[in-house]
Design a protein around this ligand. Structure first.
Ligand SMILES: *[C@@H]1O[C@H](CO)[C@@H](O)[C@H](O)[C@H]1NC(C)=O
Ligand SMILES: *[C@@H]1O[C@H](CO)[C@@H](O)[C@H](O)[C@H]1NC(C)=O
Ligand SMILES: *[C@@H]1O[C@H](CO)[C@@H](O)[C@H](O)[C@H]1NC(C)=O
Ligand SMILES: *[C@@H]1O[C@H](CO)[C@@H](O)[C@H](O)[C@H]1NC(C)=O
Ligand SMILES: *[C@@H]1O[C@H](CO)[C@@H](O)[C@H](O)[C@H]1NC(C)=O
Ligand SMILES: *[C@@H]1O[C@H](CO)[C@@H](O)[C@H](O)[C@H]1NC(C)=O
Length: 634
C-alpha cells in the first residue's frame, strides 16, 4: 500500500506537472504515505483513502492534459448563491473584525485564552497570524500565495489531532475568500490546487479531532431552537441522559438549566396576581450551581457512555476566569436573531405565569410595562442574553453590569471557539453543517421551534420596546458576526460535498452521533487513559453543594425558597406530585408532595439536597399535566 502510494507519487511528479499540481501532490503524497504507515486501516474515517483518491483524480486529469479541478471555486459559487453582491462583502466585513483582533492581540491574555483556548497553542496562533498576512497580500501575487500556503500547510500538519481549531480554521478560510475576491475571479491553476490542499487538510483536522474528542457539547441559548436540536441529536443516534422535552439533553447533576426570573421582581408581580405563596420554578435567577469543570464534565460523559449533552446556562468557570470553553468537546451552538429571541422570551415568561396562576388574569401584570420592568424581572433574559451566556456566570448574574463594546468582542471570540455554528434562520446552511460538520444524516425538523404563539393572547411587549431593542444591539453584533463565520464554515462544508461528488469519499455520516463515534481504537484508549484520573464530581459534591447553598441562603444572597425553586422535577416526581397535589387546590400542597417524593431519592436539585418535608417548596407549575411537561425548563 505504502509502496504503491510512493510509486504513484513518483509517477505523477515525473510528468513534469505544472507547479501548482506539483505543490499539491507534494503535500498530498507526503501526507498519504504518513497516513498509510501510521494508520493502516485504523483510521475509520479513511483519511488515506481520501488523499489517495484525490491524488488519483489529479494525476488522471493531468495525464489527459486537463486542468486540475478547482473544488474551492465551485464551493465558492455554491456558498454565495444569491445575486446580492453585498453577500460576500458582509462576510468579509465580519472577517475583518477577526483580522483586526488577531493583529492587535499578538499575545492573548487569560480572559481571551479561556474563551478561545486554541490560541494558547503557539502553532495555532502562528497559523492564524499567517492567515492574516495572507489576507493582506497584494492583489494578484500568485507565487507569493503559493509559498504562503505551502508554509501554512506544513504548520497544519503539525497540529494536534485532538483539537478542531475552529477559530484558526475560520481565520484561514476567510483569508482564502478574501484572496479569491482580490484575484477578481477563479484562482490561477497553481494557486487553486494549493488552496484545495489547504481546505482538504482543514476538513481532515476537523473530522479527525471530532472523532478523537468523542462527544458534542451543545451550548443551548434558550429560545433559539435548542429543543429541536436535542431532538435531532436523538434522531442521529447520539447518547445522553434524556431526549424528552423536560430533560432536553441536559445532565441533571450539572444543574445547567437557565436562570430566569428574579425573586424580588417576582414578589412584586405576584402581589398583583394572587395570594398563592408557592414560588414558581422559573423564579430561579441567582440560584447556585456547583463548579463542575470541563474535565469533570467530559469524564462524566465518558463514564456514562454519553456522546452528547446540552448546557443551557454558561460554561463553567476556569482557574482564574469567569468562563472557560470546554475544548475536550466538539462545541456546537445555535444562534437566532436576538430580536426574535427576545420576543419569544417575553412571550414565553408570560405564558409560564399564565399557566402557573390559572385562576388569575396574569396578562394584566405585563401590559403597559417598560423595559425597566422587564430588566428587573429577567435581568439576563432580556438584556444581551447571548453575550451574558457566552461570557460566563459572573457576567450573567450581574444585571447592573453594563455591556460594553469590549464585551461584544469577547463574546464574538467565544462564538469562534465553537466547532459548529448554527443560525436558526439559515436552514440550508444548518443542514449542511450538521451533515458535513457533524456527520449527522438527519437534519433539524421544521416547525419544531416552540414559540410564544402558544400563548394565545397577544404577547404584551414593553411600551418602549424600541428601547429594549436598542439595548440589545450588542447582541445583534455578536449574531451578525456568528452568521458570517457560519458562511465561512459553509464554504468548507460545500468544498467537502463537491470534493466528495468528484472523488467519491465514503459515506460521511454514522448512525451513532456522527464523527464523535468514529475514533480509532487507539484514540478511544488514549482518551480514556487521559480522563481516568478525573474524579467525576457528582456524588462527592452533593454534600458540599448543599452546604454551600445553605450558606449562601443564610447569608441572604439567595432567597432560600428560590433554591429549591429551581427544582426541575422529573417525570416520576411530577406524577407523584400531581396525584397528591391535585387535592390541594389552594396551591400549596402540590409543592410539598413533590418535595416529599424527591426527598426519598435524595437528589440534588438547584444546588441543595432536598431533604423533603416542610420548608421545601418544590411546586407544580400547573394543574395540567400535559402542558406542565412541556413547560419545565422551557
Ligand atoms: C484581557 O483583555 C481584555 C480586553 O480585550 C480585557 O477585557 C480583560 O480584562 C483582559 N483580561 C486579563 C486577565 O487581563
Ligand atoms: C459503557 O460502555 C462500556 C463498554 O461498552 C461498558 O462496559 C459500560 O458498562 C458502559 N457504562 C455505562 C454506564 O453504561
Ligand atoms: C491563576 O492565578 C494565579 C495567581 O495569580 C497564578 O499563579 C496561576 O498560574 C493562574 N492559573 C492559571 C491557570 O492561569
Ligand atoms: C394601557 O395603556 C393604554 C394607553 O395608555 C390604555 O388605553 C390601556 O387601558 C392600558 N391598559 C391597561 C391594562 O392598563
Ligand atoms: C449514509 O449513512 C446514513 C446513516 O448511516 C444513511 O442514513 C444514509 O442513507 C447513507 N447515505 C448513503 C448515500 O449511503
Ligand atoms: C487522527 O488522530 C489520531 C489521534 O489518535 C492520529 O493518530 C492520526 O494520525 C490522525 N489522523 C489523521 C489523518 O490526522
Amino acid at each position: 500500500m505504502t509502496a504503491l502510494n510512493g510509486q504513484r507519487c513518483l509517477a505523477s511528479t515525473s510528468r513534469q506537472l505544472i507547479l501548482s499540481v506539483a505543490v499539491a501532490l507534494g503535500l498530498l503524497c507526503r501526507h498519504s504515505v504518513a497516513l498509510s504507515l501510521s494508520n493502516a486501516g485504523q483510521d475509520v474515517w479513511g483519511g488515506d483513502k481520501l488523499f489517495n483518491r484525490w491524488r488519483e483524480v489529479l494525476s488522471a486529469r493531468v495525464g489527459k492534459g486537463e486542468p486540475a479541478p478547482s473544488v474551492f471555486e465551485q464551493a465558492f459559487t455554491a456558498t454565495y448563491t444569491s445575486n446580492d453582491p453585498g453577500e460576500v462583502q458582509r462576510t468579509l466585513e465580519q472577517y475583518a473584525l477577526l483580522v483586526r483582533w488577531l493583529e492587535s492581540t499578538p499575545h492573548p491574555n487569560a480572559t481571551h485564552l479561556a474563551l478561545v483556548p486554541e490560541f494558547g497553542d503557539a502553532n495555532a496562533l502562528a497559523i492564524a497570524s499567517a492567515a492574516v498576512s495572507l489576507s493582506k497580500q497584494s492583489s494578484k501575487d500568485a507565487a507569493g500565495m503559493v509559498q504562503a500556503l505551502s508554509s501554512i500547510s506544513d504548520k497544519l500538519s503539525a497540529a494536534t489531532p485532538w483539537r478542531g481549531y475552529a477559530a484558526t480554521r475560520r481565520a484561514l478560510v476567510g483569508a482564502l475568500l478574501k484572496r479569491r475576491i482580490d484575484f477578481g475571479g477563479r484562482f490561477p491553476a497553481e494557486v487553486q490546487s494549493a488552496v484545495d490542499g489547504i481546505m482538504l487538510k482543514l476538513f481532515q483536522l476537523h473530522k479527525n479531532s471530532s472523532a478523537n474528542r468523542g462527544a458534542v457539547q451543545f451550548f443551548h441559548v434558550s429560545k433559539s431552537g435548542g429543543t429541536n436540536l436535542c431532538q435531532a441529536a436523538e434522531a442521529n443516534g447520539c447518547a445522553t441522559q434524556g431526549f424528552d422535552t423536560r430533560t432536553n439533553c441536559l445532565i441533571r447533576d450539572f444543574i445547567d438549566q437557565p436562570r430566569w426570573v428574579t425573586y424580588n421582581a417576582h414578589k412584586y408581580v405576584q402581589y398583583r396576581m394572587s395570594s398563592r405563596q408557592a414560588l414558581p420554578w422559573f423564579v430561579n435567577f441567582h440560584t447556585f450551581r456547583p463548579v463542575i469543570s470541563c474535565e469533570q464534565r467530559r469524564a462524566y460523559l465518558l463514564q456514562n457512555n454519553f456522546t452528547f449533552y446540552a448546557n443551557e446556562y454558561t460554561n463553567p468557570p476556569g482557574a482564574n476566569v469567569s468562563s472557560e470553553m470546554c475544548e475536550d468537546f466538539v462545541n456546537l451552538i445555535m444562534f437566532r436573531h436576538p430580536y426574535e429571541r427576545l420576543r419569544s422570551q417575553i412571550g414565553w415568561v408570560q405564558k409560564l405565569y399564565k399557566e402557573f396562576y390559572l385562576d388569575v388574569d396574569t396578562q394584566r401584570a405585563f401590559i403597559n410595562r417598560t423595559t425597566g420592568f422587564w430588566e428587573r424581572l429577567m435581568p439576563a433574559g432580556v438584556n444581551n442574553y447571548y453575550i451574558r451566556s457566552l461570557l460566563g456566570q459572573r457576567f450573567f448574574e450581574f444585571p447592573v453590569m453594563q455591556v460594553a463594546p469590549e464585551h461584544i468582542g469577547l463574546a464574538q471570540l467565544a462564538s469562534l471557539q465553537h466547532d459548529i455554528l448554527l443560525i436558526l434562520e439559515s436552514k440550508t446552511r444548518n443542514e449542511l453543517a450538521m451533515r458535513v460538520g457533524l456527520g449527522w444524516s438527519q437534519a433539524l425538523r421544521d416547525g419544531a421551534v416552540r414559540s410564544s404563539t402558544e400563548l394565545g393572547d397577544a404577547v404584551a411587549l414593553p411600551l418602549d420596546y424600541d428601547t429594549m431593542l436598542e439595548r440589545n444591539l450588542p447582541d445583534v453584533e455578536v449574531y451578525a458576526f456568528a452568521r458570517e463565520m457560519q458562511a465561512l464554515d459553509t464554504l468548507l462544508w460545500n468544498f467537502v460535498v463537491i470534493a466528495d461528488e468528484q472523488l467519491g469519499f465514503d459515506n460521511l455520516s454514522s448512525e451513532q452521533c456522527g464523527y464523535v463515534s468514529m475514533g480509532s481504537a487507539k484514540a478511544v484508549e488514549e482518551r480514556a487513559e487521559r480522563l481516568s484520573g478525573v474524579t467525576v464530581p457528582v456524588m462527592a459534591l452533593r454534600p458540599n453543594a448543599a452546604a454551600a447553598a445553605a450558606a449562601a441562603a443564610a447569608a441572604g444572597e439567595v432567597p432560600p425558597s428560590s433554591i429549591s425553586g429551581t427544582e426541575v422535577v422529573d417525570e416520576e416526581e411530577e406524577d407523584e406530585g400531581e396525584s397528591k397535589g391535585e387535592k390541594g387546590a389552594d396551591g400549596n400542597t402540590g409543592g410539598e408532595s413533590a418535595a416529599g417524593k424527591s426527598s426519598s431519592m435524595g437528589v440534588l436539585r438547584g444546588g441543595v439536597v432536598s431533604k423533603g418535608g416542610r420548608g421545601s417548596s418544590i411546586i407544580s407549575i400547573s394543574r395540567h399535566r400535559r402542558s406542565r411537561r412541556v413547560l419545565a425548563w422551557r
